[in-house]
Design a protein around this ligand. Sequence first.
Ligand SMILES: [Zn+2]
Length: 220
Amino acid sequence: MTANRRSKVFLPPSRADSLDLVGGELAWDFTNTSSGRGSPSCQEHLRDFDTLMQWVEHARVLPPSDCGYARAELAGHPRRSRRIFLRAIEMRELIWTIGTALADQRPVPGQLLALLSAAHAENLGHAEMKMRLGSYIWVWDPHRDIQAAILGPITLSALTLLMEKDLLRTRRCAGQECGWLFFDTTKNNRRRWCEMRVCGNRAKVRATRERQRQARKGQS
Ligand SMILES: [Zn+2]
């Protein structure tokens, strides 16, 4: 317990409320709330129900008034909040695993698609169709079900992109210890980085250092 506490103290603050939304799809942005999975420099921004809600509001999954309602409703209900948080992480990792298969141009295992479809069906049971700007869309109201209101738009995004998008444009950032997913919408279809100014620049700095190291070696 002491070790746990200690490691929590040194954890850098979560950036759930300010992460760049560069995935091109809500589902990819959701997976990008963690980076460097499996590496020592892994950064996890979703740590509990509070940080989940920070991201939900930041990414406009729900309007601020609905986020306020969900927070108020679950205040003092740590077990319910925890359950929603754990389900959100489970969904995020499922979508990330599907996304990495697409980025590697591997077939997505049917079992994963079935899990996603089942989650979507579950969330859809709490949705309503409403007219917005000339067409009907699914809308989730947290007054009906908070978990479905948070996860419904995300699983819908994941499913819609699987069915409607050019999946060959799914990319995983080439940055070491990043792994963010995004849609490459560039004309030449050659975007390598989640963001040039972050992972692209880091790679450039690393390459320069490596060249300098090689040059020094050559001189000695
Ligand atoms: Zn990156």
